[in-house]
Design a protein around this ligand. Structure first.
Ligand SMILES: [Fe+2]
Ligand SMILES: [Fe+2]
Length: 142
């Protein structure tokens, strides 16, 4: 999977939209399970996993590379720490795929994914993306 070729402000806008979209899809998956539509639930889950893979490729290729260019390795530590959570996010979605059928009654995995994602998204939206964007715009207008 290749990173999307977009300029940084445009990419960040899309990434933030995708955070909301992924939370909505997660709810739809859960609702389909609750109404016993395993087929539709697994279709949306496959779609969501693809979306998240592309999303993470863009963050780790484009956002991280830009941050390293602008802040160096020391200055990008906060970003590197948060991006380490991507592994955990992939693992959680793999677990959801493997156990989707059993998740009819069990909302715990959904709760955990929701918690991990919203915490991760909050750090990106409130701290990391604004920091990267600010420096990027600063450099462009100087
Ligand atoms: Fe991320
Ligand atoms: Fe993200």
């Amino acid at each position: 999977m290749k990173p999307r070729q977009l300029d940084l402000p445009q990419l960040i806008t899309i990434l933030i939209d995708e955070h909301a979209i992924s939370m909505a899809k997660l709810s739809r998956i859960h609702n389909h399970l609750l109404s016993s539509d395993l087929h539709r639930a697994s279709e949306i889950l496959d779609e969501l996993k693809k979306n998240i893979s592309q999303h993470i490729v863009d963050e780790e290729a484009t956002i991280l590379r830009k941050a390293l260019d602008m802040f160096g390795k020391e200055g990008s530590k906060d970003l590197i720490e948060v991006f380490k959570e991507h592994r955990r996010i992939f693992d959680l979605f793999d677990r959801l795929s493997r156990t989707l059928e059993e998740c009819y009654q069990d909302a715990d995995l959904f709760k955990e994914i929701r918690r991990v994602l919203s915490d991760h998204y909050r750090k990106e939206e409130d701290e990391l993306f604004p920091k990267v964007l600010r420096r990027y715009i600063d450099k462009r207008t100087r």
